[in-house]
Ligand binder design. Structure first.
Ligand code: SAH
Length: 221
């Protein structure tokens, strides 16, 4: 693990509550123990407004304001598992910081996370959570992430946590050779979690499962 969480001042729910969530992820087929460990140790309640914090360890998406949601833990674990499936990752780009939970999970499993969010009110809160938890390997930017963050690339992994209608070519260009992107492709009820690999022989796209994300906004959505 490349980062130890500072849990002082966060308050922790019972081990039993967190174990129940992890068991549910196992039941749904998440097998990577490193990811299950990180889900167990990451305080999801710290990424949600207090009024909803009592639901933080249920396997559901929850509202975070501005019409956005923190993703369901199963989806966070699944997307992380897909990204890590190709081997250890150095640099990972996330489009759609939202609450910061997915970035915080990734930061404990890869060297560096770069995350982009277009709503400053969400980004500010996420950044204060990274600070509170002592996560120092996350860089962030307030911007439309539709064009990625080319200045910091190329990336070994890219995760898009809002749904674009088509494969974003600008982002594929920011992958290393052999790099992977995981993206909920489509719109409305017609979204497929898709893994895109930038292989030496060309771009390979593999459909994984149906998902439901908020739309990726902006010119390229
Ligand atoms: N990864 C988040 C879930 C985010 S929900 C978490 O763990 O909580 C999707 C997020 O994508 C929202 O915060 C939304 O504002 C953001 N988003 C949508 N379109 C975007 C764009 N073009 N650029 C950057 N962020 C975008």
């Amino acid at each position: 693990m490349s980062n130890e969480l500072n849990l002082n001042g966060v308050g922790m729910t019972s081990q039993r509550t967190r174990d129940r969530l992890v068991q549910r992820l196992r039941d749904q087929g998440i097998m990577d123990e490193r990811i299950l460990d990180v889900v167990t140790s990451t305080p999801r309640h710290a990424f949600i407004d207090e009024a909803l914090a009592h639901r933080a360890y249920e396997d559901i998406a929850l509202p975070i304001g501005f019409n956005q949601t923190i993703s369901q833990p199963y989806i966070v674990a699944r997307m992380t598992e897909v990204l890590l499936g190709g081997g250890p990752l150095g640099r990972v780009l996330e489009i759609g910081t939202g609450s910061g939970y997915q970035a915080a999970v990734l930061a404990q499993l890869v060297d560096r996370v770069y995350t982009v969010e277009r709503i400053s009110g969400l980004l500010e809160k996420a950044v204060s959570r990274f600070r509170l938890l002592g996560l120092r390997n996350i860089q962030y930017k307030h911007a439309d992430g539709g064009l990625g963050w080319p200045e910091r690339g190329p990336y070994d992994g890219i995760i898009i946590t809002a749904s674009p209608r088509r494969i974003p070519d600008e982002l594929i260009a920011q992958l290393t050779e052999g790099g992977r992107m995981v993206v909920p492709l489509g719109h409305g009820d017609q979204q497929q979690l898709t893994m895109i690999t930038n292989s030496a022989d060309g771009v390979i796209s593999e459909v994984l499962e149906a998902v439901k994300f908020v739309p990726l906004m902006g010119g390229k959505a």
